[in-house]
Design a protein around this ligand. Structure first.
Ligand SMILES: Cc1ncc(COP(=O)(O)O)c(C=O)c1O
Length: 394
């Protein structure tokens, strides 16, 4: 490639390519591989949601909608958020996005300028780090660490990173890949610091319904959220998705809770990205919000059992460290002596027939680690565990 080759701008060329994909490419076509590398349930979307969208499609709901989503969907979302967090959320604060990753991009485009300093905890889902980079932001990561078999965030280190010139803090709790979940009592100090320096506090809350510990939301069904603590016109944003809690990964539906004075501008940003979310898909989302609680409760129970199964078995294996995830759908673990996650993930495909995500895909902080998505039938997880144990025995 010469300097005049027609290629992308430097910020795009500098993006990390996905190491999960690098590993998946090795085993994707092989039928004999048990695949645990993607973050999704092995079960399809609940039937009542599929039926609602199918009915809407057949009824001709095939038009453009409002930039911020149909009003009936935003009303259903407002009612859902009130049930979850115990306080009203005006529909003037809500925007529908084409999935969680799109919500993160929209929010980033709306508030981050080139050169802005952005803080993210690490290990982190790659998109949270790379989206600000596409927009030419400067990234500062704060590493999670471990104590008593759990991940934790050292608040002093986070405070040191939240300097007066910081534009935004992205906080993903429960966290992908570690399962770390922000303790409720840590919220006030983080919010106070963000208020003091005018820092945007952006919660990536896609796993908030998938928690294993003592439930701490007002209704006892959500991980601790900043939404109930913040006023309706502060620099606090929540991005969320239908993908995980409603098993709707292929639908590409998500949402944003915004300060009132940002919403109108956000509509403009949506216009120049996707213009709106698909019409009939929004009808599926309404059904999900209105009638989804039993299926979320069932998924949460399945995930809690799968977590005990996978993390429990990993801990029995020699040389394996597997901290306890508090939420999400992943076991993040390491094997003594391993320093190259990608090499190990490729060897596990070749020699053991199991596909795991390499920890280094989540930043240098994850080097040497592996991520196992356990949102599978117990027999699938059991078969994978048996193969891993066999590989480790040599
Ligand atoms: C932390 C985190 N945020 C956001 C998303 C976005 O999911 P989606 O774009 O499917 O809504 C994911 C998906 O894996 C995730 O792990």
């Amino acid at each position: 490639m010469t300097s005049s080759s027609p290629t992308a701008r430097p910020e795009v060329l500098a993006l990390r390519t996905s190491q999960i994909r690098e590993v998946a490419n090795v085993g994707m076509a092989r039928k004999d591989i048990l695949k645990f590398w993607v973050g999704e349930s092995d079960q399809p979307t609940p039937a009542f949601i599929r039926e609602a969208a199918a009915r809407a499609l057949l009824a001709g709901e095939t038009y453009y909608t409002h930039n911020l989503g149909r009003e009936d969907l935003r009303e259903a979302l407002s009612a859902y958020l009130q049930r979850l967090h115990g306080q009203p959320f005006a529909i003037e604060r809500l925007g529908i996005a084409s999935a969680g990753v799109n919500a993160l991009m929209l929010v980033s485009q709306a508030v981050i300028s080139p050169g802005d300093r952005v803080v993210v905890t690490a290990p982190a889902w790659p998109n949270i780090v790379e989206i600000p980079r596409i927009l030419s932001a400067r990234l500062q990561t704060v590493s999670l660490d471990r104590a008593q078999g759990r991940w934790r965030l050292d608040l002093d280190r986070l405070m040191d990173a939240l300097t007066p010139d910081t534009k935004a803090l992205f906080l993903n709790s429960p966290n992908n890949p570690t399962g770390w979940t922000l303790p409720a009592e840590d919220r006030a100090v983080i919010l106070e610091r963000c208020r003091r320096y005018g820092i945007w506090l952006i919660g990536d809350d896609v796993y908030e319904r998938l928690i294993f510990g003592p439930p701490s939301g007002v209704m006892g069904r959500s991980a601790p959220s900043f939404l109930p603590l913040a006023g309706d016109d502060e620099r606090v944003i929540s991005t969320n998705s239908f993908s995980k809690a409603w098993r709707m990964t292929g639908w590409r539906m998500g949402w944003m809770v915004l300060p009132r004075s940002l919403t109108e501008a956000m509509g403009v940003v949506v216009e120049y990205n996707t213009s709106c979310a698909p019409d009939f898909i929004q009808s599926g989302a309404i059904a999900a919000l209105n009638d989804g609680e039993p299926s979320i409760a069932a998924l949460r129970a399945e995930l809690a059992a799968a977590k005990d199964q996978v993390v429990g078995a990993l801990r029995q294996m020699p040389g394996v460290e597997a901290p306890e995830p508090e939420g999400g759908m992943y076991a993040f673990f390491r094997i003594e002596g391993v320093t190259d996650s990608v090499a190990l993930a490729k060897a596990l495909i070749d020699k053991a027939g199991i596909g795991l995500a390499p920890g280094s895909a989540f930043g240098p902080e994850g080097q040497g680690w592996l991520r196992w998505c356990f949102a599978n039938r117990p027999e699938t997880n059991a078969a994978g565990l048996e193969r891993l144990a066999g590989y480790l025995k040599g």
